[in-house]
Design a binder for this molecule. Structure first.
Ligand SMILES: *[C@@H]1O[C@H](CO)[C@@H](O)[C@H](O)[C@H]1NC(C)=O
Ligand SMILES: *[C@@H]1O[C@H](CO)[C@@H](O)[C@H](O)[C@H]1NC(C)=O
Length: 315
């Protein structure tokens, strides 16, 4: 009786694994980017990286603490830190691979992604496109972490850090539009996003996006203002610069003439030097401190008006 029970549970476990396909880890890499395969050969007597059927070939082996990359793979692959590195992923590189360390197999299904490039400024909203036909559920992943999982029955499962920030269109299962909107974008949101349907077995279209997050700088209103300040400074210098120079020269010449008429000794020179310096130095700091004062006022202004984008379903 006990034996039958264990047999049944073992059978169920096998069924489970098959149904969810969770036993095969999947790797992904962007087109033309480097990919490090799972598996560290440093603890192995004999290790091997292979392309699984239908190709079924050995890419590299590790024996007696030495690596050998097989013929035909030497240009594309290299060994680095006891691991196998694909230098620049081509679309043809996707497929099943395995790492075998003393008979222990680590499989990986490599996906090579052609991804859309998207950019957002911190605290803004972004929508990443994805469409699918007749989907039963949708899953969005950020790198390897779940952003959300949404099923036809309405059950939702937001990922950590995306609560109340990730949303889909209200009628997404009717329209097939599973585009993901992320509100209040953070620096940490940058990375690769992938869209799957039907328990992560089918790719949505487009399947992948790369999100770049740019730092929030001072608002555009502030920038125009500071360039305005610059313009004023330039005008001041252009208009009053010559006037200043002329008046200084005039002052000096009259002063020198006065001195010359009274006495012609050597202690005149330091005084004229002081006269040359004094009129120019106090004028510049005044202008600088003016532009500094206006900055903080403008910045707090631009922070205030943020449009609140309310979405039909926010998880
Ligand atoms: C591989 O394993 C060795 C020892 O177990 C470790 O020192 C090394 O850092 C590992 N390499 C990588 C890339 O993880
Ligand atoms: C799909 O939905 C997103 C919002 O989730 C929207 O911005 C986009 O315009 C929609 N696409 C079409 C083709 O209507």
């Amino acid at each position: 009786m006990k034996a039958t029970l264990t047999l049944v549970s073992a059978f169920l476990a096998v069924l489970n694994e098959g149904a969810f396909c969770q036993s095969i880890p999947s790797g992904f890499v962007l087109l033309n980017q480097a990919y490090t395969f799972p598996g560290n050969a440093s603890g192995c007597h004999h290790a091997e990286w292979r392309k699984r059927p239908p190709t079924d070939t050995t890419i590299a082996t590790y024996k007696n603490h030495a690596f050998t990359t097989e013929k035909g793979f030497q240009e594309e692959f290299t060994c680095k830190d006891n691991q196998l590195l694909l230098k620049s992923a081509k679309y043809m590189d996707q497929g099943p691979y395995e790492f075998i360390c003393d008979g222990d197999k680590t499989p990986v299904n490599l996906d090579v992604l052609y991804a859309l490039n998207e950019s957002a400024v911190e605290m803004d909203n972004i929508t990443l496109s994805c469409y699918a036909h007749d989907a039963k559920d949708v899953t969005w992943l950020h790198n390897n972490k779940r952003v959300l999982h949404y099923k036809t029955d309405g059950s939702v499962n937001p990922g950590k850090g995306y609560e109340k920030r990730a949303s889909l269109e209200k009628n997404c299962f009717k329209t097939g539009n599973f585009s993901l909107t992320i509100t209040r974008v953070r620096k940490a949101d940058a990375g690769i996003y992938r869209c799957f349907v039907d328990d992560e077995t089918v790719k949505g279209n487009p399947h992948a996006s790369v999100l770049h997050v740019n730092e929030k700088r001072s608002g555009p209103a502030d920038q125009t203002h500071s360039s305005c300040n610059e313009a004023i400074l330039i005008t001041l210098t252009v208009v009053f610069g010559p006037v200043l120079v002329i008046s200084v020269t005039y002052l000096i010449t009259t002063e020198v003439r006065k001195r010359q008429s009274t006495s012609t000794t050597a202690d005149d020179t330091p005084e004229t030097d002081r006269m040359l310096m004094s009129p120019t130095s106090p004028t510049t700091p005044v202008n600088e401190s003016q532009s500094e004062v206006t900055h903080p006022v403008q910045e707090s202004d631009s922070m205030e008006n943020k449009p609140s984008n309310t979405r039909p379903i926010i998880f």
